[in-house]
Design a protein around this ligand. Structure first.
Ligand code: NAP
Length: 325
């Protein structure tokens, strides 16, 4: 019998989450049945969309890299590693649903935590936003916000690989310095520039062909006005509105979109699930070739999950925010 711990959301977040909204519970897990396996949490990925998908009393949702510690399924031998959507749990009994084995060619000197970041869901999101939604072309200018985050930092680097000019915005000077290290052409701290409009115009006076949107809200309103005619916008995230108790209202984008004849498309990376294996291999190759760099913001200890989650929502992380257990 395995003793597991899990984090439950006891109260739906009212605005920004609080420590008292979470409770650490213990549960005894049964032995795995035929074909089943028990997983043990290794690294955990912090995601910001939980508030929309979790009900009071539910275990918090999220993805983890886990090690198989008991197995009655030869496809998942003891000691192998998987990516699993098991939520905020130390141990899980799984029938195999939703498990993705780590790429067999995963190098020993690359941390498995990258399977939650640059060579995982955030990396896939960056590739599909750029290639499938924006159709970014060599020589074009791309704007990305939350640029030092898990998705944004990959977006900017892939756009550079494709021969584009990249402008990125982030919320601290340390993040801005990191983006310069990554080779972004123009970067600024959106919290300290006097005028976002001026900062965007200065970074690219001729405007933007493509905008990889992670933030939404008022940033979006200003950025849309800086697009070139026929500009394309990939709406990946809207982190500036996730914790609002009262939905934000206007200004509305329609007039700008009509006059500039813009194309805006929301997307979820899961739309291209059939391409994941090939795309993960490409991301791994870029990392191995030194073309794709990464940083991670690692919090240690399962007991620190809520604090790490709240820190991520406040923008503490450079690169992917993970918890190591
Ligand atoms: N569509 C999809 O399939 C998909 C998949 C993965 C992620 N996403 C979305 O993509 C976005 C980025 O995800 P991620 O994993 O890269 O997140 P992340 O690493 O946690 O980065 C998020 C960053 O957003 C910035 N931020 C937070 N609150 C903000 C606010 N009020 N205004 C402006 N910026 C704010 C912070 O950086 P600063 O210090 O720079 O403000 C924070 O570090 C999120 O919106 C997420 O929901 C979408």
């Amino acid at each position: 019998m395995v003793q597991a711990k899990c984090w439950v959301m006891t109260k739906h977040f009212d605005g920004f989450p609080k420590t008292s909204d979470f409770e650490l519970k213990e549960e005894e897990l049964p032995e795995p049945k035929d074909g089943g396996k028990t997983l043990w949490l290794y690294f955990f990925s912090l995601l910001d969309l939980n508030r929309f998908r979790v009900k009071e009393g539910d275990v918090m949702i999220g993805t983890q890299v886990a090690k198989v510690i008991q197995s009655r399924n030869p496809a998942f031998p003891v000691g192998s590693h998987v990516v699993s959507n098991s939520g905020w749990r130390t141990h899980t009994v799984s029938d195999g649903t939703g498990l993705t084995p780590i790429l067999p060619e995963w190098p020993k000197d690359v941390s498995l935590s990258l399977a939650l970041g640059t060579i995982g869901m955030p990396g896939l999101t960056a590739v599909y936003g750029i290639e499938e939604v924006l159709g970014l072309q060599k020589g074009e200018t791309l704007l990305v916000n939350a640029a030092a985050g898990a998705v944004g930092s990959v977006v900017g680097q892939i756009a550079k690989i494709k021969g584009c000019k990249v402008v990125g915005s982030a919320g601290t000077d340390a993040k801005v310095a990191y983006l310069r290290e990554l080779g972004f052409d123009e970067v600024f701290n959106y919290k300290t520039v006097g005028s976002l409009e001026e900062a965007l115009r200065k970074a690219s006076p001729e405007g933007y062909d493509c905008f990889f949107e992670n933030v939404g809200g008022s940033f979006s309103t200003v950025a849309l006005q800086q697009m070139k005619n026929f500009g394309r916008i990939a709406v990946c995230g809207s982190i500036s509105v996730y914790n609002d108790s009262t939905p934000q209202t206007g200004p509305y984008p329609h007039l700008t979109m009509i006059l500039k004849q813009l194309k805006m498309e929301g997307f979820m990376q899961s739309r291209w699930e059939h391409k994941h294996p090939e795309t993960l291999k490409r991301l791994l190759a870029w990392v191995k070739e030194g073309k794709l760099h990464y940083r991670e913001h690692v919090t240690k200890g399962f007991e620190n999950m809520p604090a790490a989650f709240m820190g991520m929502l406040q923008g503490e992380n450079i690169g992917k925010a993970v918890v190591a257990v």
